[in-house]
Design a protein. Sequence first.
Length: 611
Amino acid sequence: MWNVYLLSWSLVSGFGFLLCSLTTTVSSHPTFAAEANIVSAAQVSEKKYDYIVVGGGTAGLTVADRLTEDLKTTVLVIEHGYFYDPNDLNDDLRWSRNYNITTLPATELGGKRLFIGVGHCVGGSSAINGMALVRATKRDYDIWAELGSPGSTWNWDGLLPYFRRAVDLKDPDPEYAKDFNLTYDRAAAWGDRENPPSRLIGTFSPYLPPLKKVLYDALKRVPGIEIPRDGAAGSHGIIWYPLSIDTANNRSYSRTAHWDGLKRPNYDLIVGMKGEKVVFEGTRATGVQFVPKEGGTSVIAKATKEVILSAGALHSPQILMLSGIGPSKLLKEVGIEVKVDLPGVGANLQDHPSGPSVVYEYGVEPPYPSPPSTGLPLEIYRQQGLIASLNLPIIAPDTYVAIASKYASQNLSDYLPPSTHPDVLAGLIRQQKIYSSEMQRKDVPFLNYITAGPPRNIPVGWYITSRGTVSLNSSNPNGEVVVDLRPLSNPVDIDLTIAYVKFLRTHFSRDFSEWKTREVLPGTIVTTDEQLEALVRKEYNAVAGHHFVGTTAKVPREFGGVVDERLKVYGVEGLRVVDAGIMPVLPGAATQFTVYGIAEKGADLIKGVRS
């Protein structure tokens, strides 16, 4: 009997198709007593804080927690969303806990508009994502330093202490670890077991189905693939990864780790408020103007030391632009006085995409019995923990050199908006030079093949060459941002996607031969590159990851940078950005773990700790 399975490359480890199913994991929350420091606008207007953090999400709550460990330091967090009822888990997540944003029509996708998933609640995207705790490779982070200023510490060595601080990893079940070769290196990659550095919990699956052995054994047959002891230690290959789930099967996220139960007198949170703009005295940030999200009177929160934007890669640029910091031409067009001309604000937008699905059949059914009663939803059980992180020479041994050469020889301005500022273009050319070389290296993964098991196995493209923008709505600058992701605007992304599809076909015909696999879709009639390109344009999902980065990039100002090595915004004082937007390029991993690392490092930079 033939059984049909779906192979697509959407992002399990981010939002992807797990956005709804994984959030059925229980979230346990305390009741909110008055001493929990949830404050009102009236209370805020009467106080002064050392620091104001705009955005109570993955990064924002982490920063606020670390700053308020010193009880003499006062912090206010301004969050646009609300606390949600942990028992109400079956509502439409698109609207209740996500911002209502769709992209501009994508020209290369036939005018398709794409829904954008960005967390809109206390805890931000960490409250609704796929919970994967995956780090990119050492080389991924070293590229950030190469794109940064001389002496940059934003590399693997400079981030590793903060990755180790960010998560309390619990040991896996030793029996499963032995059976599945689930290895990890606590000394090299994780924090102290006896003295946990964080309340953010990482656990491996409480149950690994026998099918994982089938998938694992098939992956070992891929020519050139490696099996590192611990993928979190900077290597790539076949990797077991933990999830941000605690030992009671509750979601562990920035709220449970960095807000719930702290009740510090110096740590205030206000919810349901939209951060409108940063308030300045001269060039120094002295506060934040905010307004109730349902409308009302604006209030100014006062900061004596710094304002920290942690509103994410879509909304931190908006706040900067509304504050007069951004591309001068755009600001003038919408009637905003220019304080600092920073053309990189809102530029360089990137996300992890997904592409065509490959549907195949098993002629001989592999063994996968029903899971035991673990308390985890079936979808979580099926998705646990195994990925294969592959470089381009493995994926496309016959074409990777040609793809890299094509990218290296491009005149990038041909594939960017005509309005692209020369500084931004100069920065993108630096990226082009690096990535045309990375495409030929064996220590940089371009594809993460996530072995979800039935009914799907998922390959993820980690790197894209197209770049989008975030800008203000010209008719309503204070309204929702305008997102133009510009998917497939650079044709090299089509070449990469075709290479991924071809790899999947080869992998399943060669490495699963004992199970007599047979392709159903797109089917054997789709053979030419022209046919595959048509398929890509039809099924490409440019926002599968919901891992938006790059719009407030940490690169030198002359290359379109927005923040410096200490995450300070160029041209002003007392203002930083600490969120995913500072990443100059996508990491080869779901971004949750990286954002926690950025926040931990950012908090030390704010404190003045040598990083």
